[in-house]
Design a protein around this ligand. Structure first.
Ligand code: GLY
Length: 389
């Protein structure tokens, strides 16, 4: 257990952040860089929630779907921030983030899959995304272990990847080095309020004064029973089962992130190959199931049969923090001083830098970044999304 605070009754000018995943820590780091006193609380260890189970894909291009045009602008802003964010964070933390820029290859094993992929590709081209259609033979030149007979593929050179776990460790290190205060294994149990506004948080009997509180507890944000009704985030967990296989790092089966129907495979430099992920509405059910593992292996084997020789190194069950409209919730809640930074669904890692900048800017200057304007919590209160989910 880590508890790096010695002054529990912190100054009231400090900011409290609930949740030490990449979004909470990213916001916290930006705020300490700006000279603010910041305390981050997590009911477990930093980076061990949704962050831990994710794959680290920065897939704003190939993941763009109809109806998500506003989200695309935010995703593309995040994508532009990533290279500079990596350089800055690696320098500040001394930790390699495992950033890889080979790009993402989305493959269609059959003709039917190719028709679907072509439809998505044309939609994405219409959004101005820079993507390239490849024949099966061209895809196999990029990835020689792909099954013969691949019917077509789309290559997105600008969609990269990062090691999500290294990212969390780097944010934690950078935050602590900059003077931040991290409370791991310390669950916030209440909000201290005065005259309708936030004055701090309670951890059991212990009060930590704060002029603002940021809720960045990922899929658990909607479960925080002490949050006033008016500020409750409509966030639920969407379960994902993930496998890690072991490749020979000297002769990896894959170098690009690979997408295929119902599956993605993410190769790390150290030889790990992440295979993810199921999408299940099962609440916080942590069971790894035979059906889930079968589904993953079957879907991965279709484009890349050679995976059958690889050892299984790890299995993992995680929870995506999914909002009522699948988009993040970024901004001030209806309770004065209580800010939401949650609901990132499938894009928490991609959106970490832009979430950090947007929420830090809001707290430091009261400004809302133009790309974040559509994602305020008030969109739910206005009843615009009353029929969703
Ligand atoms: N972004 C990948 C996933 O949610 O599984």
């Amino acid at each position: 257990m880590t508890d790096q605070t010695s002054n529990n009754q912190s100054k009231s000018s400090s900011i409290a952040i609930v949740g030490a995943g990449v979004c909470g820590l990213g916001i916290a780091w930006r705020l300490v860089q700006a000279g603010r006193t910041v305390e981050v609380f997590d009911k477990g260890e930093a980076g061990r929630g949704a962050t831990w189970a994710s794959a680290g894909m920065l897939a704003s291009g190939v993941e763009a779907e109809p109806g998500e045009q506003a989200l695309l602008a935010l995703n593309l802003t995040a994508r532009r921030l990533w290279p500079g964010f990596v350089r800055e964070l690696e320098a500040a933390s001394g930790i390699d983030l495992g950033y890889r820029d080979e790009g993402i290859l989305s493959v269609a094993p059959t003709r039917d899959d190719a028709e679907q992929l072509r439809f998505t590709y044309e939609f994405q081209l219409g959004l101005g995304l820079d993507l390239q259609w490849l024949t099966g033979a061209e895809a196999r030149r990029l990835e020689p272990h792909l099954r013969a007979g691949i019917a077509g593929a789309v290559f997105s050179a600008a969609d990269h990847q990062v090691d999500n776990r290294q990212l969390a460790m780097a944010l934690k290190a950078a935050f602590l080095r900059a003077g931040g205060i991290l409370h791991e294994n310390r669950e916030v149990t209440g909000l201290d309020m005065e005259a309708g506004r936030v004055r701090g948080v309670w951890v059991g009997e212990e009060r930590h004064g704060a002029e603002a509180v940021v809720l960045a507890a990922g899929p658990w944000t909607g479960e925080l029973s002490w949050v006033p009704e008016a500020a409750r985030a409509p966030v639920r967990p969407v379960k994902g089962q993930v496998l890690t296989l072991g490749m020979d790092p000297q002769a990896p089966l894959l170098t690009h992130v690979l997408w295929a129907p119902k599956i993605y495979l993410v190769p790390r430099r150290d030889g790990r190959l992440l295979v993810g992920a199921t999408v299940e509405e099962k609440g916080f059910d942590e069971t790894l199931t035979a059906g889930g593992v079968y589904e993953l292996l079957d879907a991965a084997w279709r484009p890349l049969p050679a995976i059958e020789e690889l050892p299984i190194l790890e299995t993992c069950v995680g929870f995506r923090p999914t909002s009522r409209d699948d988009a993040p919730i970024l901004g001030a809640s209806a309770v004065e001083g209580l800010i939401l930074a949650t609901g990132h669904h499938r894009n928490g890692i991609l959106l970490a830098p832009v979430t950090a900048d947007a929420i830090a800017r809001l707290l430091l200057s009261g400004e809302i970044m133009p790309e974040a304007r559509d994602f305020g919590p008030d969109r739910f209160a206005r009843g615009k999304l009353a029929d969703a989910v």
